[in-house]
Design a protein around this ligand. Structure first.
Ligand code: NDP
Length: 336
């Protein structure tokens, strides 16, 4: 069994590789080669927090290859923002599906940071205009940083603006990202100023009430809505959802978990038919992507266990190939 810490995940799961990996697993899901239940969420109301359990089976591609099972256990403590701890912590466990052996345990904070932005990268590559180069980030935390990294890889960025609720954190984020990526990140005083005229907008906040309004969106914009994942919380107002052609990571999850979609649904402003397709359907050619340069496209990301399982499978293979990670005998082998 191989233990993969933060540094190992960063080294063995570069963003560019992860984008291809996520395109592959979302296509596999669309073809029926992966299965997953809805995640189980245990709330910790005293801390306004939760722990989510996310299992998935990725089938192998030959009779001799039973595939893998992944399960991520991750705590979500939004109140950790500004402390020494990240708001998402936990582990991704990877098993082989032939005999159920545990193969690897990887740091879920890092896997989640990278794979979520990589999925948004896949969505942006499929749905944003080819000449989209003006990026707005709403939020200045972990996901904002990895989303900047992913967006740079799928579109040549001309301009990057960032906004978060605290001007001080926005400024500090802009300085760090400018130094890290060599692209100037402009700190903005309001979300509206950050998104005015933007081609690509990533909402990556822990907000429960809308931070992005539909009437701020320029024609032709593409939005990755990443932050909210419960039926009552949303980052987008109803007008933004109504106005956009909506793509999702998974219909079933959207109908169960997405306040961004469920609030306008409950208001009677959209029906379930408003969901154009899952990303995987577009990837396998079963559904159309952007239809015209003027339309607004929206990808609602909830995060899927298949993404974590695919990342862990990749990490395990790379760790075997490179000798990286900590190799330990945990148990599970008969002793007689
Ligand atoms: P961080 O804690 O690192 O950052 C949170 C960001 O949200 C900060 O910029 C913070 O502002 C901002 N924020 C918090 N509360 C509010 C509010 N009420 N109004 C406006 N902004 C607010 O979190 P992450 O970057 O790790 O995650 C961001 C969001 O993405 C979370 O909601 C998380 O659950 C979600 N997520 C979604 C995934 C998916 O697969 N779809 C996967 C992982 C995370 P400030 O800078 O001022 O502190």
């Amino acid at each position: 069994m191989i233990l993969l810490d933060h540094a190992s995940v960063i080294e063995l799961l570069p963003m560019a590789e992860c984008i291809e990996l996520m395109a592959g697993v979302l296509a596999a899901l669309a073809r029926g080669d992966a299965t997953l239940p809805l995640r189980t969420v245990l709330r910790v109301p005293e801390r306004d927090a939760a722990i989510a359990m996310m299992p998935a089976l990725l089938r192998g591609n030959a009779d001799a290859d039973a595939g893998v099972i992944g399960i991520k256990a991750i705590t979500v403590y939004p109140g950790n923002r500004g402390t020494a701890y990240e708001s998402h912590q936990g582990a991704v466990l990877l098993f082989e599906a032939e005999q159920g052996r545990l193969l690897a345990i990887a740091d879920a904070s890092t896997v989640t940071a990278v794979r979520t932005a990589a999925v948004s990268g896949v969505a942006t590559r499929l749905l944003a205009r080819a000449d989209a180069g003006d990026l707005a980030l709403l939020g200045a935390g972990v996901q904002a940083a990895t989303h900047l990294e992913a967006m740079r890889l799928v579109r040549p960025l001309r301009r990057v603006r960032a906004w978060s609720r605290s001007p001080e954190k926005t400024r500090s984020f802009a300085e760090r990202m400018t130094a890290r990526f060599g692209v100037e990140v402009e700190p903005m005083a309001t979300a509206r100023e950050a998104v005015a005229g933007a081609d690509i907008i990533c909402t990556v906040t822990s907000a429960r009430e809308p931070v992005l309004m539909g009437d701020w969106l320029a024609d032709g914009a593409h939005v990755n809505a990443v932050g909210s994942s419960t039926p009552a919380a949303r980052e987008l107002d109803s007008a933004a959802v109504v106005r956009a052609r909506l793509y999702v990571d998974r219909r079933e999850s959207t109908l169960a978990e997405s306040g961004d979609f469920l609030v306008p649904l409950r208001e009677g402003l959209v029906t379930e038919a408003h969901i154009v397709a899952e990303l995987g359907d577009v990837l396998v050619g079963r559904a159309p992507g952007r239809g015209s340069p003027d339309e607004v496209t929206l990808f609602k990301s909830l995060g899927l266990a298949v993404e974590d399982a695919a990342a862990a499978r990749h990490l395990h293979a790379r760790a075997l190939a490179t000798g990286k990670g900590l190799h330990v005998h945990l148990g599970g082998a008969r002793e007689e």
